[in-house]
Design a protein around this ligand. Structure first.
Ligand code: ZN
Length: 78
């Protein structure tokens, strides 16, 4: 019983963490690597959704997306 309860608590904490990450995450600017991966279709569905959401609110990254040349070699950061 205690085991099930702690599992539920851990699940709830994780869901809260994910939601906070989703809400505040859109204010993190996209890296060149993110933009490159987006243009070349290498992002997971979650990451693509994040990039699309961020582009909707961030003019600087829209501009970076327009200016980025997908044929250019990008060195992975992170
Ligand atoms: Zn941005």
């Amino acid at each position: 019983m205690i085991y099930i309860f702690s599992l539920l608590a851990a699940g709830t904490a994780f869901a809260v963490y994910r939601n906070l990450k989703n809400i505040f995450g859109i204010y993190n600017h996209l890296s060149d690597a993110d933009i490159h991966a987006y243009q070349t279709g290498q992002l997971s569905e979650d990451d693509r959704r994040y990039v699309t959401k961020h582009l909707g609110v961030c003019e600087a990254c829209q501009q970076a997306m327009i200016n980025h040349d997908p044929d250019e070699h990008v060195v992975e950061s992170d």
